[in-house]
Design a protein around this ligand. Sequence first.
Ligand SMILES: CC(C)(COP(=O)(O)OP(=O)(O)OC[C@H]1O[C@@H](n2cnc3c(N)ncnc32)[C@H](O)[C@@H]1OP(=O)(O)O)[C@@H](O)C(=O)NCCC(=O)NCCS
Length: 314
Amino acid sequence: MKKFARIIGTGSYLPPKIVTNFDLEKTLDTTDDWIKARTGIKERRIVTSENTCDLALEASINALSMSELKPQDIDLIILSTTTPDKIFPATATILQQRLGASCPAFDVQAVCAGFVFALNTAQQYIENGSAKNILVIGSETMSKIVDWNDRSTAILFADGAGAVVLSDDKDTGIKHSKIYSDGNYLSSLHVNNNRINELGTIKMEGNEVFKIAVNKLSELAEETLKECNMTSDDIDWLVPHQANIRILSAVAKRINLSMDKVILTLDRHGNTSAASIPLALDEGVRDGRIKEGDNLLFEGIGGGFSWGSVLAEF
Ligand SMILES: CC(C)(COP(=O)(O)OP(=O)(O)OC[C@H]1O[C@@H](n2cnc3c(N)ncnc32)[C@H](O)[C@@H]1OP(=O)(O)O)[C@@H](O)C(=O)NCCC(=O)NCCS
């Protein structure tokens, strides 16, 4: 009998420190007006002393609480991050210990597409029957790999975490998912270290990334809808990776979806990479916009490049 991976709990966590565009005006040659107009971002959260696992832990506790499951009920932990606490062990393993879980745990790295890649992976384990309950997290401290003197990237990236608990369900859940990578785009968006023990910072060709993001995300949304025999009318909520409001508007327009059906957190969260989709999802669920039975389309694209989509009934 077919099993679906269904979201039964969501949670999120943001570090308390708010950095507004006005704060950035003090250290960078930029303005609040420029950042708002070009990106849609007004403020973002930045860690002070917290690590990626600290944020992931809080988001996971919140998601587990909604799911009414205990850490011991979880069969697998998949954590998507670009900013792990250590080179090893996986941040997921550190999280497993801190949660008091005893299941296998590993990290997935696909930058801003990381959460979609992690959901896609979790889906396989549930559908083939090797896991019943999976905790999937997107957690990032992007502020640690940003060059705070580079105005083209420092205004965009931010910190936060979101999590979901997936459980097997005989009726519904993830209906479709698709992931892509193309390393030919490495130079468009990457961290510029040459060795693993050398620190680097994010380097980005903004215009190039913008165009690729609009094209890939629009094509993927069209492909996903076609393969599900759906139209954009069947989508209740687009819960996208929050990179730039102009990217999201262009994608929504291309697939004929009203912006009223897009969950937006970009203005307050900035680009939190793998955390942005589960952060937006949790906000939509907790404020009552996302309801049981809604069709959700998740989409993300990230550095160098990886991109993917998940279509799920909530
Ligand atoms: C980065 C981004 C906001 C820049 O916006 P843009 O409209 O493409 O702006 P441009 O790079 O063409 O720059 C326009 C001008 O603004 C300047 N500028 C760049 N950053 C600026 C800033 N923070 N404040 C003020 N001016 C800035 C540029 O130097 C340029 O000046 P010039 O015309 O004198 O040369 C935009 O390209 C973007 O969002 N790209 C996608 C990035 C992204 O989402 N990455 C993550 C993907 S997961």
